[in-house]
Design a protein around this ligand. Sequence first.
Ligand code: ADP
Ligand code: MG
Length: 227
Amino acid sequence: MEQIIRLEQIKKNYYLGKDPVPVLKGIELSILKNEYVALMGPSGSGKSTLMNILGCLDSPTSGRYTLNGKDVSRMADDELAKVRNAEIGFVFQQFNLMPRLTAWENVAMPLIYAGISKNERNDRAHDMLKQVGLEERSHHKPNELSGGQCQRVAIARALINKPSIILADEPTGNLDSKTSIEIMDLFSSIQAAGNTVILVTHEEDIAEHAKRIVRIKDGLVEKDEMN
Ligand code: ADP
Ligand code: MG
């Protein structure tokens, strides 16, 4: 299988005034197309920092990130944004939905930026909500939906541009355990449909749903095992 992600000696510093605070200290990680990977690690170990780099939301301080054969580690922001829009779907713990928009409008939103016609936006958003099992809720706003339903909307929105990689940072962190399992099953079906799925969780039983578990500690890969 083809490597979709390759990280070589990825380091990331934040700055406290002028003092660099190293958070990622030389991450080495390769992920194959269509893998289903859970990233685990203690709070503050750098998981979100790593996810933001993987998702082209941020760049490493040093090291090389090759995404689909392209070195994206030194790209300018506008170039990086293009790669992100083409390749990445991001899902967050807090859902990050637009509160005034309906489920349908939230899902269709990325297509407006992609310059897609209204009819096609309608059709694609409808199909996507159907795929995540929320057809009947398409005209509801986030505050009229349960947490699990909101996360389904967010996942549909992440998928709407047909990205190759879905990144989810603690997607079940705000959900009860039954709903969490339903969301993990949804990620399994997304992976089965051909996507590469990488998610962060700190719950062992949630991570068990993934096929591979990568453990981060003190800014390094501590363990990397198949499930
Ligand atoms: P995790 O997701 O594993 O909990 P994070 O990647 O969010 O860890 O954070 C790793 C460390 O970097 C923490 O000590 C955090 O306080 C620090 N950190 C995260 N983001 C920033 C930022 N934008 N500026 C400064 N420090 C940050
Ligand atoms: Mg985090």
